[in-house]
Structure formats: structure tokens, C-alpha cells
Design a binder for this molecule. Structure first.
Ligand SMILES: Cc1cc2nc3c(=O)[nH]c(=O)nc-3n(C[C@H](O)[C@H](O)[C@H](O)COP(=O)(O)OP(=O)(O)OC[C@H]3O[C@@H](n4cnc5c(N)ncnc54)[C@H](O)[C@@H]3O)c2cc1C
Length: 295
């Protein structure tokens, strides 16, 4: 790992000023779990790192506002999220998924902001947050903007963040009443490996009809991707096994998974199909247990 200068600003304004530079090797560091791997493998050799750890008092924490939306500070650790009673009550799918993410040592230091900003398609939370229509608040010296997570994640390890910008909040709108969700991940190399396929499914059934369905696939794709065609196909339809089987077929109709050490593109298509079918059945209440590693 190369030698670098470590800056430790005390305020958000100071941090934004330090990051407001044309030098691409100046980067912020939160938990450091992703960045250090890149630095150790020499994929990234910074001149300067701007540590966010002194901003923790103002940029960490979890609360639900009067309208029922969940607000997450970017420096909240994944372990804090996992153990938060507020998050558990908001959507138990989030803490369940976190229990299967990496290991407790990683979760103790990894942060929500770093998790999203890294843009790694194998991350476990983006599919869940995307299915719940999460938005990301982004701040730069002299300005704030907000993007839906679906627009924030732009591709393989890429996001809409510009130089000099920091995630300052993640906002998740309230989960519609009566909507059930699940996150199912398939790991190929070992049980605690990164997912080869991740699927988040949320379904609201009114009587025997699907009122709302949201499905997001990740890990096999270059970024977490909402399957809007499947969602449209399911809306207003009577909930039956055959309909969900058809939805799983439709999910992979135009999907071209990326091949890698975890599996070929064809193999991943089959696994996506299985995961979509199982997670939809679980979320729709047609199957009590979804096998695989369930979040
Ligand atoms: C051994 C291991 C196993 C893992 N397994 C899994 C797994 O199974 N599933 C899974 O989902 N993840 C897994 N991870 C990844 C882990 O979730 C991420 O490394 C972590 O969430 C990144 O957060 P961080 O705070 O450490 O980010 P950092 O490493 O500090 O930063 C990552 C990137 O985000 C930027 N950044 C950080 N904070 C902000 C901010 N507030 N605003 C803008 N940019 C910011 C940094 O500049 C950097 O580019 C694993 C990691 C390790 C080391």
C-alpha cells in the first residue's frame, strides 16, 4: 500500500472543502472496508484520504419522521442498522439481510454511505432499498441534491456521485401497509460468500389480487436493477403459483447476467429465475419458507 496523507476534518463543510478538488486521487474514507481492499491490491493509490470519522456525531443515526419515512445517517454502521429496533419495526427485511452480510467484524465498521457509494453490484442492501424506493441525499460545497437510488447507481462500480460530493442521508419512504417483503441471496462459493444473485421482492395482496409488486435483481447484473416489466405483469392479477412462475420466466427474458468466477451467464439466469420465483412466492404468502440464504 502506498503512503498517503490523512486529513481528519471536524465539520461537514471542512470535509466538503477538502474534497472539492480536481485531483481524482483525493477520496473520502468512512469504514474503509472497501477502500482498503482496493488500496492493498493497488487498484487505488490515493495521495490524500479524507476521513469522515470525526463527523460521526452529526452524520450517524436512524430515525423515522412524522410521515413514516426512515432516515439513515451515512456514517451509521451496518451493525448499528442490524441492531436498531427502529429499523426492525420499519422493515425486518433489512436486519435479516444484514445478519448474512460479510461478518460481524466488517459490519461493525462498514457504513451505509460507503456501502452505497462504492457502487459494487454485489452489495446486499441496494436491492432492498431500491425496492422500497429509497432516495440518496448528496451534498457538495454550496449545494444539495437528492436522487432515487435507481438513478444514483449508474453501472458497474459507478454512481452518480461527482467529485467533491458526499452522501449525507439515505431516505426510505414508508413501506405500504400490508406489503410483505423478502430478500433472497444465492452464494456460489461458500455460505458466507458475496451473493452470486440477490433478489428483493415486496408484494401487497388485496384479497386474492396483487395490488403492488416490486422486484429487484442484483449481483448477477451490472447494478441493482428493478424488473419493471415483471412488476407491471403482476399488478392487478389474481395471485396464483402459475402467475408467479410466469413472472420468473419474464424476469430473465431479456436478462444478460455477467459471467465471472461464481458462474456462467446461463447458470446465473437459471438461478435468477429460481430466486425470483421463490422470493415472490414468499412475499405473496404462497410459500412459508424461501430456501437459499434469506434476508
Ligand atoms: C471481507 C468482506 C466481505 C464482504 N462481504 C459482503 C457481502 O457479503 N455483502 C455485501 O453487501 N457487502 C459485503 N462487503 C462489502 C461491505 O459491505 C463494504 O465494504 C462496505 O459496506 C463499505 O462501507 P465502508 O464504510 O467501509 O466504505 P469505505 O471503504 O470507507 O468507502 C467505500 C467507497 O465509498 C466512498 N464513501 C464512503 N462514504 C461516503 C459518503 N458518505 N459519501 C460519498 N462517498 C463515500 C469512499 O470514498 C469509497 O470510494 C464485504 C466486505 C469485506 C471487506
Amino acid at each position: 500500500m502506498n503512503a498517503f496523507d490523512l486529513k481528519e476534518p471536524e465539520t461537514l463543510e471542512e470535509a466538503l472543502d477538502l474534497l472539492d478538488t480536481d485531483d481524482p486521487s483525493v477520496r473520502c474514507v468512512a469504514g474503509g472496508t472497501a477502500l482498503m481492499l482496493m488500496m492493498k491490491s493497488k487498484l487505488f493509490e490515493p495521495e490524500t484520504l479524507v476521513s469522515l470519522h470525526r463527523l460521526r456525531p452529526n452524520l450517524r443515526g436512524v430515525h423515522v419522521d412524522d410521515g413514516g419515512a426512515l432516515h439513515l445517517g451515512p456514517l451509521t454502521t451496518l451493525r448499528e442498522l442490524e441492531l436498531s429496533p427502529v429499523v426492525q419495526q420499519f422493515s425486518p427485511v433489512i436486519p435479516r439481510a444484514l445478519k448474512t452480510l460479510a461478518n460481524v467484524r466488517v459490519r461493525n465498521v462498514a457504513t451505509v454511505g460507503g456501502h452505497l457509494a462504492h457502487g459494487d453490484p454485489h452489495m446486499d442492501l441496494p436491492p432492498i432499498f431500491m425496492a422500497l424506493d429509497a432516495r440518496v441525499k448528496i451534498q457538495r460545497a454550496g449545494g444539495v441534491r437528492e436522487l432515487p437510488l435507481s438513478e444514483f447507481l449508474t453501472g458497474y462500480y459507478s454512481t452518480a456521485l461527482d467529485t467533491g460530493e458526499l452522501i449525507t442521508e439515505v431516505i426510505v419512504p414508508p413501506v405500504p401497509q400490508g406489503m410483505n417483503g423478502t430478500y433472497l441471496k444465492f452464494t456460489a462459493l461458500s455460505a458466507d460468500d458475496w451473493p452470486m444473485v440477490g433478489v428483493a421482492a415486496f408484494v401487497k395482496v388485496d384479497g386474492d389480487t396483487i395490488a403492488d409488486a416490486r422486484v429487484v435483481v442484483s449481483a448477477a447484473t451490472e447494478k441493482a436493477t428493478r424488473l419493471t416489466g415483471v412488476e407491471t405483469r403482476l399488478a392487478g392479477v389474481r395471485v396464483r403459483d402459475e402467475v408467479l412462475d410466469d413472472a420468473a420466466e419474464l424476469a430473465v427474458a431479456n436478462l444478460k447476467p455477467l459471467a465471472d468466477i461464481r458462474g456462467s451467464s446461463a447458470y446465473k439466469r437459471e438461478i435468477v429465475k429460481v430466486c425470483v420465483r421463490k422470493s415472490l412466492k414468499k412475499a405473496a404468502g404462497l410459500q412459508r419458507e424461501a430456501s437459499g440464504t434469506e434476508g
